[in-house]
Design a protein around this ligand. Structure first.
Ligand code: HEC
Ligand code: HEC
Ligand code: HEC
Ligand code: HEC
Ligand code: HEC
Length: 390
């Protein structure tokens, strides 16, 4: 018993110091009967050390421990270390890559709202004060890359700001305007929707993240069902994990990946015994295959996708299956046609969100279907034979 207690104290002391580095929290009053983060008991660190476990309110213990193990607190992650060499985070990046930048962006630190005017010191993470901030409830809408102003409530403002991605389908439309659809254009570069774009997927066609084909309509926000209508109804806000039990009120299966409601197969396999995620993955894999075929057969330069290396798509001019090198550097893909750019953009957007099957399955299935259809024509693939469903 004694040793257990002592161990607990040591862990806590360690986390307390870690938290001390990252946070500056305004104190707010306690309230237990509301689910909004800004009214939850915030962890307020004493102004100066030493930081003793006794100083930390019991109710914060669990939250701190959970958060500390989550990726929001993972100081070692590329998402927080990328700027180490400069020791300063570029203002526009800091909005989503540090609590301090986030607060500056929304004017929660007393500054005028907007992109911070100065670079932000590295070393920050998504700290307590990012979500536990009285000012958060004052934010009534969040701007999306498409220009959409989406109304938000409470802590949703935080998730929606950082998990919205950085591009919209309209950026692709602009980039390829007035170009011949199948002619490589040296001015084109891959447009990367960025990462963990859950909120963009969630808002679907209404959010405008995907490249939309003119003659099609797209499903909007995925309303799902009332008990699961916000980020935190599925994600525990500190561990960030999704617990499966609540899903079982309405769904069957052994995991979220197993869940399926649709009686139709979207990926041409006819298999409806698997989760809807399987259809999405099937069509995403098919689209990537077709992108490769298109590169070799139509654009004239084979393309290689390498998910661990920016900008992800590389040239393989001699078709030997190895990324071309120029003075020791991988050669970024250099034969983009408008058609290839738009389908590749949609493919990356869908696959940049590992939870897309739960965030908005109809929308991502539509984007994949239409992109496959787009490539079928120049590749002389018979869409009917693929037997896909939109
Ligand atoms: C990504 C946003 C986010 C971050 C970061 C965050 N919280 Fe929370 N926190 C929430 C939300 C949302 C709730 C409300 C949960 C609910 O209603 O079930 C909450 C609830 C709480 C509660 C009430 C009890 C509980 O666990 O539900 C405490 C205490 C708390 N947070 C402390 C902290 C501390 C301390 C930190 C930093 C170590 C922190 N939080 C970081 C979003 C966040
Ligand atoms: C709208 C919010 C937002 C903005 C603005 C933003 N990012 Fe990110 N970025 C994210 C999120 C969210 C992730 C987390 C992805 C993950 O690892 O789950 C991320 C991840 C990253 C990663 C890690 C990728 C990996 O492979 O782990 C890098 C590098 C990065 N961003 C660079 C940048 C740079 C550079 C800028 C500014 C030019 C920037 N980001 C601006 C939200 C943003
Ligand atoms: C200040 C920006 C910011 C805010 C606010 C924010 N996140 Fe994040 N989130 C990130 C970044 C950056 C990462 C990736 C961190 C990493 O790679 O370690 C991330 C990671 C995640 C992950 C896990 C991804 C993984 O790879 O494990 C989930 C889930 C998540 N956030 C959900 C949420 C939810 C829900 C909210 C709102 C309660 C929220 N986030 C608020 C920036 C933010
Ligand atoms: C219906 C439940 C549900 C809702 C609502 C929901 N998510 Fe998810 N989310 C999931 C599932 C399931 C996954 C798949 C990964 C997992 O099981 O953790 C996931 C994955 C993610 C990931 C990627 C995690 C990783 O491992 O890389 C992020 C980031 C994320 N969600 C953020 C959000 C944000 C932000 C919102 C609100 C805009 C949101 N989610 C709403 C269920 C949900
Ligand atoms: C209150 C009931 C309810 C709860 C709880 C619920 N869902 Fe759902 N879910 C639905 C309904 C209804 C649909 C169909 C919605 C639609 O198509 O508009 C659905 C659809 C889905 C789909 C798409 C299935 C398909 O074949 O298209 C996935 C994936 C999913 N839910 C995941 C989850 C996860 C993961 C959880 C738990 C974190 C969850 N759901 C909790 C009611 C619920």
């Amino acid at each position: 018993m004694r040793s257990q207690l002592a161990l607990k104290a040591v862990t806590l002391a360690a986390t307390a110091i870690a938290v001390a580095v990252f946070t500056s929290l305004p104190a707010t009053t306690q309230s237990s009967d509301t689910s909004e983060a800004e009214s939850a008991v915030p962890y307020v660190l004493p102004k100066s050390g030493p930081f003793n476990p006794e100083d930390i309110k019991i109710e914060n213990n669990q939250a701190i421990t959970d958060w500390y193990r989550s990726s929001h607190a993972d100081q070692a992650a590329e998402a927080f270390r990328h700027w180490d060499a400069d020791e300063k985070i570029t203002p526009v990046c800091s909005v989503c890559h540090s609590g301090e930048g986030f607060r500056a962006f929304h004017g929660l630190d007393g500054s005028a709202p907007g992109i911070p005017t100065e670079p932000i010191q590295t070393g920050g993470v998504v700290d307590c004060g990012t979500c536990h901030n009285a000012g958060l409830s004052e934010i009534k809408e969040v701007a999306f890359p498409s220009g959409l102003m989406h109304p938000v409530q409470g802590v949703e403002a935080a998730c929606m700001t950082c998990h919205q991605g950085r591009t919209a389908g309209s950026d692709v439309v602009k980039a390829v305007a007035d170009m011949d659809v199948d002619t490589p254009n040296p001015e084109l570069r891959f447009i990367n929707p960025h990462y963990a774009t859950a909120a963009a997927t969630w808002l679907g066609g209404y959010g405008g993240a995907g490249f939309h084909y003119e003659d099609k309509t797209y499903s909007g926000r995925f309303f799902h069902a009332r008990p699961v209508s916000s980020c935190n109804s599925c994600h525990e806000p500190h561990t960030l994990e999704v617990s499966f039990e609540p899903c079982l009120t309405c769904h069957e299966g052994d995991s979220p990946e197993d869940i399926r409601i649709s009686r139709h197969s979207y990926d041409g396999t006819g298999n409806t015994e698997v989760g809807i995620k399987s259809d999405i993955e099937g069509n995403a894999a098919r689209l990537l295959d077709m992108i490769r075929d298109y590169g070799a057969e139509v654009a004239g330069v084979p393309i290689i996708y390498e998910g661990h290396q920016y900008p992800y798509f590389f040239a393989d001019a001699n078709g030997d299956g190895v990324i071309d090198q120029n003075e020791g550097k991988s050669v970024a893909y250099n034969a983009w046609t408008p058609r290839m750019l738009r389908v590749t953009y949609n493919w990356k957007l869908v696959t940049a969100d590992p939870g897309s099957f739960a965030h908005n399955p109809p929308y991502v299935l539509e984007l994949l279907h239409d992109s496959i259809e787009d490539l079928a024509d120049p590749l002389a693939v018979d869409m009917d034979e693929l037997n896909l469903l939109r």
